[in-house]
Ligand binder design. Structure first.
Ligand code: SF4
Length: 386
């Protein structure tokens, strides 16, 4: 039988995302059922057993980072941190594509709206603050779409208007956008590419060492497209993990075993979806349309080769070239610590605005806006602690 996260029967009240209530008051044990994924030593068939093995093994402080908002949502929703041994921590990284979109790119989208373009994008991006407001409040013609194809359909219907798709996302969404541009969309359609690539950000994080990490939970969705061979360049423990609680626990156990043995390799705890080579067709489509470029991330400086520019052969669909848009660096002027949260050196609850001046209803920073943002996720699953 397949484990469904929504039907996990909790022994106690719902968990807090930080897991601190669990450590203070006893642990929460999710009653996980076997899901058909590979066993560890043919014995670890349930989340409970994996959590128990982790508690037996972890004899020191160990920190693993995930780079995926969906992982954080799964961890918080299931209260997974509360079943971990006190020495083992899961740190959030720059895994929310909306959150890492810098103010300069939001400002570029606002500039396009000011020029009279129809702006199309995902709903999560509307309330992300730029330096002069957000797309939601700008007064322009801003429309939420489910994807790039819907945006191209609007361009086909409204031929007398310019339609720009603000395209955010990692390697998971870029191939779809590339595929749309390969189908010769209408001339009045273009894309503002705000895509990011995960491995260059990992390289930056490792070069800085500020988060004191022992390994990475690799993003299952990104690796479904890209595979994991690119990650073999990094000399740290890494495990590709899926998105159910026992997927993540299994990934943590594999990482912990690497740390204790002094190993550093890439392992795959998500073989039902991920292969080493990934989806070759999707990668090929993405590479035909996009080329890596140096870009800034919110909370990070310019990271070499971490963005995706539209290749010159498709420049008629490149909103930056079509409308003469320059992406500028914008200095941060608020108490928001999203930059530190995204670099794994702070938690949402470290922010003095969390849950007070900054809430999902009145977000101050992007991490409280997006469904993949750590602050919004923690606010959603937070429980009162005694
Ligand atoms: Fe930024 Fe709000 Fe999160 Fe604080 S709680 S880091 S202001 S998004």
């Amino acid at each position: 039988m397949r484990f469904c996260p929504r039907t996990v029967p909790w022994i106690r009240d719902p968990p807090d995302p930080a897991g601190t209530a669990g450590h203070k008051e006893g642990i929460y044990i999710p009653d996980l059922e076997y899901t058909g994924r590979p066993h560890i030593g043919n014995t670890m068939t349930e989340g409970k057993e994996i959590a128990s093995e982790l508690r037996r093994l972890v004899d020191r402080d160990i920190a693993f980072m995930h780079i995926c908002g969906t992982h954080e949502a799964a961890i918080a929703r299931t209260g997974l941190r509360s079943v971990l041994p006190p020495g083992l921590s899961i740190v959030m990284g720059p895994g929310c594509p909306v959150c890492i979109t810098p103010q300069g790119e939001i400002d570029a989208a606002l500039e396009l709206a000011e020029q009279g373009c129809i702006i199309t994008t995902y709903g999560d991006l509307l309330r992300v603050p730029g330096s002069k407001g957000s797309l939601e409040s700008c007064g322009g013609d801003v429309r939420v779409v489910q994807g790039v194809h819907k945006a191209a359909e609007i361009a086909a219907r409204e031929k007398d208007r310019e339609v720009v798709f603000i395209s955010v996302g990692f390697e998971t969404t870029a191939p779809t956008v590339a595929a749309a541009l390969l189908t010769s969309p209408p001339e009045n359609f273009s894309v503002l590419s705000c895509h990011r690539l995960v491995p260059p950000a990992m390289a930056w994080l490792l070069s800085q060492g500020e988060a004191n990490l022992h390994g990475f939970i690799l993003p299952g969705h990104v690796c479904t497209v890209m595979g994991y061979e690119e990650y073999e360049q990094f000399p740290v423990p890494q495990v590709v993990a899926g998105f159910e609680a026992d997927d993540i626990l299994l990934g943590l156990l594999m990482l912990t075993r690497q740390v204790l043995k002094g190993e550093a390799q890439v392992e795959n705890a998500y073989p039902r979806a991920v292969t080493r080579e990934g989806n070759q067709k999707a990668k090929s489509v993405m590479n035909r349309v996009f080329v890596p470029e140096d870009v800034e991330w919110r909370g990070f400086p310019v990271i070499p080769g971490s963005g995706l520019a539209i290749r010159p052969g498709f420049s008629q669909y490149d909103a930056r070239k079509k409308f003469g848009i320059t992406i500028r660096h914008v200095e941060k002027h608020s108490a928001c610590i999203c930059d530190r949260v995204l670099r794994g050196i702070a938690q949402p609850t470290d922010c003095k605005l969390f849950g007070k001046a900054c809430t999902p209803q009145r977000p101050v920073g992007p991490c409280m806006v997006s469904h993949e943002g750590a602050c919004r996720i923690w606010q959603l699953y937070r429980v009162k602690q005694g």
